[in-house]
Ligand binder design. Sequence first.
Ligand code: NDP
Length: 281
Amino acid sequence: MEKILDGKAFANLLGQNLKEKVKKLKDEGITPHFCVINIGDDPASKIYVRTKKRRAEKMGIIQDIYQMPADTKQEEALALIDKLNADPAINGLMVQLPAPKQIDADALLERIDPNKDVDGLTPANIGHLWMGNHFVEPATAEGIIALLKHYEIPLEGKNVVIIGRSNIVGKPLAALMLEQNATVTIAHSRTKNLGEITKKADVLVSATGQAFLVKADMVKDGAVVVDVGMNHVDGKLVGDVDFDKVKEKTSYITPVPGGVGPLTVQFLMEAVVKLTRRQNK
Ligand code: NDP
């Protein structure tokens, strides 16, 4: 029988602890304060930004939203990042992606002060991640590792297959899995015989944005399956995994919604507090 990895419940548990930490910081006269820069009108981005804001408020963290118009110029976005980098009252900042076409998003990320990089996506922090001396990690990847630890699922020596090689999910998760002494395979859209590879996974993570990509015949009996995907099908939020059939084969599986999503938001808040403490040491 599969067990559900309840990301929502775990995020709420972590949230209680974080609220306490924020309260202690406030007693020391420090209120964690971060900024989200959102450029343009991507509807999903607007929802994510609002979700973060609600969570931040719940944690006692200040979150400012800088909503910039769709025709924002690169220099204008860079100037805002420079201003926030230089402001000692701001502990963290992030750029909500995707950005409109005229914007070079990599150049924006590169401009963020690594000490305020709550998403862990600046080149400096990606380098730290792979070198093993990181102080901030991309939230989704960190959330997945924490969730598996919370359920006491061992990673050492396990075959971990990650489908997806994005900078925000697949690659950082691979780095963190290696750190846990897992043997890691990263698959992507050009991978041949995907099912053969995924069938070898003790832990299978899918982060592709392709609804129902992972079918039951691609999963080993007793595997742990983590579904990062968020796809809208017939007005419903679904993951990458054909949940109802795949769950019959797994020992543990994350649902969508209620799995990885709430952890991503929670770990962003954890990163804000971590960087705030680091800056005030
Ligand atoms: P990207 O589009 O940046 O990356 C998708 C990856 O999946 C790419 O590496 C791509 O391969 C690979 N891929 C696409 N189709 C296939 C396929 N048919 N077979 C194998 N690999 C495939 O997406 P993100 O990493 O940003 O996000 C992935 C999903 O996770 C999305 O649904 C997103 O909404 C969700 N997400 C959820 C979060 C959460 O908190 N739950 C947080 C972040 C993202 P290639 O590189 O070759 O193109």
